[in-house]
Write a protein that binds this ligand. Structure first.
Ligand code: NAI
Length: 344
């Protein structure tokens, strides 16, 4: 079996080569992202393997289908970049629902601590033998209120970490978890009552720009906003305005709405064309990491192992396509598990 692997980064190869070899699969690695112009590279392959910034839109799906590709295997949990509805009936789509929720939750806390204790500033200062403490005053997390949006796998682990710091947790989820002991509130209450807000819900039509000018206007002055979920949950222009108006005290972003053209590449020595991103990065109270929250050894191994298993299961004739994103009944992630059969 031959798989076209798009948007390859050097850190992808060791784990995927190991698991694919053990499963007797051949992977052809391409550095470019999957898009209408590169879809042709999948000729002769039964499956394509894609990541978060490959744009698997209707046109790409039609081209892959015409080439005889039978499976789109996301090596990510989020799937907002794949037109799953258009793929229905043509190409199966699978993802990796969980590979290390700890990696993302821990990175979120790392960003928070770095920001509020000014570690990024202190690191640069001491490297130049500047041992002044001026401007490095932080605040205690103990006793602060954190508002968590999305209480799934990652959100819950982040909640546990925050509780370990003695923080009060309030949360909003479209589908609150019964008997979880989590204090659920409305988004307005969450915005008004949180010292720190952390986003852990998927990007959908409904959650697009959930953090917009109106939401920001309803937040506590000095709030710290954490986004390790998906960039388009936040209206970046509104965020900039909120920072300039001193309403947002700090922002930690592992994701950015227009990240696809920038993240995962080295643009040092180049002029960044994205003025909004450049302005955000120039702010003293903004920390940007480039979609790095997932990047641990454990996560990379789990991603490769699950993706290879997903691909195998879809080509084995036992009626199940593991971790298929099922469009048929609208319960996109869960119905397959109940039916124990393929989406189509
Ligand atoms: P999950 O599916 O376990 O949890 C998502 C939660 O969000 C669920 O409880 C769901 O009910 C809730 N939700 C759905 N729509 C909502 C809405 N409109 N408003 C509020 N809550 C809503 O997902 P998991 O594994 O916790 O991942 C969360 C997100 O983290 C993913 O969707 C993905 O975008 C992002 N992610 C980011 C990574 C990174 O490297 N930065 C890596 C992995 C995931």
């Amino acid at each position: 079996m031959k798989i076209a692997f798009f948007d390859t980064q050097p850190y992808d190869r060791p784990s995927f080569e190991r698991y694919a070899a053990a499963a007797g699969m051949e992977i052809v690695f391409f550095e470019g992202k999957l898009c209408p112009d590169t879809a042709e590279l999948a000729r002769g392959c039964e499956a394509v393997c894609v990541f978060v910034n490959d744009d698997v839109n209707a046109e790409v799906i039609d081209r892959l289908y015409a080439l005889g590709v039978k499976l789109i295997a996301l090596r990510s949990a989020g799937y907002n970049n794949v037109d799953v509805a258009h793929a229905f009936g043509k190409i199966h789509v699978v993802h990796v629902p969980a590979y290390s929720p700890y990696a993302v939750a821990e990175h979120t806390m790392a960003l928070l601590l770095t920001s509020i204790r000014r570690i990024h500033k202190a690191y640069n200062r001491t490297r130049e033998f500047n041992f002044s403490l001026n401007g490095l005053t932080g605040f205690d997390l103990h006793g602060k209120t954190v508002g968590v949006i999305g209480t799934g796998r990652i959100g819950r682990i982040f909640i546990d970490i925050c509780r370990g710091f003695g923080m009060r947790v309030i949360a909003y989820d479209k589908f609150p978890a019964a008997d979880s002991g989590i204090e659920y509130v409305s988004t307005d209450e969450l915005f008004a009552g949180s010292d720190i807000i952390s986003l852990h819900c998927p990007l959908t039509e409904e959650s697009y720009h959930m953090i917009d000018a109106k939401a920001i206007a309803g937040m506590k002055k000095g709030v710290v906003l954490l986004n390790t979920s998906r960039g388009a949950l936040v209206d970046a222009e509104a965020l900039l305005d909120g920072i300039k108006a001193r309403r947002i005290g700090a922002a930690c972003l592992d994701v950015y709405e227009e990240e696809a053209d920038v993240f995962f590449r080295d643009y040092s020595g180049h002029i960044l064309n994205d003025d909004t991103l450049a302005r955000l990065i120039s702010m003293p109270n903004v920390i940007v990491t480039s979609h790095q929250a997932f990047l641990t050894e454990e996560a990379l191994n789990n991603i490769a192992e699950t993706t290879v298993r997903n691909i195998r299961s879809c080509f084995e004739n036992d009626g199940v396509c593991e971790n298929e994103l099922c469009y048929r009944c609208g319960n996109i992630e869960r119905c397959k598990k109940d039916r124990k059969e393929r989406c189509f």
